[in-house]
Design a binder for this molecule. Structure first.
Ligand SMILES: NC(=O)c1ccc[n+]([C@@H]2O[C@H](COP(=O)([O-])OP(=O)(O)OC[C@H]3O[C@@H](n4cnc5c(N)ncnc54)[C@H](OP(=O)(O)O)[C@@H]3O)[C@@H](O)[C@H]2O)c1
Length: 201
């Protein structure tokens, strides 16, 4: 079984779709906080199980028979380190062969405020003994969409990046990559991250 946590989220739904193109629906578990929001996934033949990052008992049940787990990082900023710890502990108890985790680009060196919880999660994975792969996703291209109307209106895209360069990808691309990792062999220990660009001239 391949278990996708956060499967009712935007990325989780796309990962589930990508997986459906690769493996039978009966091998996919949508592990979700609110099963009532996953009727559409159930209709596709995917198993829907409750998995609340704050409720370890649900995680144990959700991971029963799991070979691989995709841990989609929680949206509850500030609570994520503890939530992810719960997921990793449950995956360890279930003796899964792989946890793939959606981390942050350059999580180990990033000075972003958001990085700390990803660093904590990566450290727990490392010390847990669970085989894991890191999907250090960059910014979603969709994050820029809300700024487009104002940019069109004023003829300028205004930001504070200076000479910084954008390396984004749409959620669907990160989802396809996650599905690939979940269906390939020998993924334990892999780190997926964009190459660091050369310093600007
Ligand atoms: N790379 C980027 O640009 C970027 C931007 C924003 C966020 N992120 C990170 O990437 C993750 C996935 O992105 P997304 O666009 O799919 O976000 P999203 O649509 O907000 O999905 C977040 C998922 O986390 C689930 N969740 C929150 N609390 C939970 C809990 N206690 N137990 C179980 N599940 C819980 C939500 O469940 P419900 O469906 O029940 O709400 C939802 O499925 C985000 O959660 C965040 O960590 C990345």
């Amino acid at each position: 079984m391949i278990v996708v946590t956060g499967a009712t989220g935007q990325l989780g739904r796309l990962v589930t779709q990508s997986l459906l193109a690769k493996v039978p629906a009966s091998r996919i578990v949508a592990a979700v906080r609110r099963p009532e929001r996953a009727a559409d996934l159930a209709a596709l033949g995917v198993q829907v199980r409750q998995a609340d990052y704050n409720k370890p008992a649900t995680l144990g049940a959700a991971f029963k028979g799991a070979e691989k787990v995709l841990l989609i990082s929680s949206s509850a900023v500030g609570q994520r380190a503890e939530q992810h710890f719960n997921v990793i502990e449950a995956a360890k108890r279930a003796q899964v062969a792989l946890v793939a985790y959606t981390s942050l680009l350059h999580a180990d060196t990033s000075s972003l405020g958001l990085a700390a919880e990803h660093q904590a999660t990566e450290a727990v994975l490392k010390s847990s003994g669970v085989p894991y792969a890191l999907l250090r996703n960059s910014w979603y291209t969709e994050n820029y969409l809300a700024s487009i109307p104002a940019a069109l209106e004023h003829g300028a895209y205004i930001g504070s990046a200076g000479q910084g360069r954008i390396a984004s990808a749409p959620r669907a691309d990160y989802a396809a990559a996650a599905a690939q990792v979940l269906t390939l062999d020998d993924q334990a220990g892999k780190l997926y991250e964009r190459e660091r660009p050369a310093a600007p001239p």
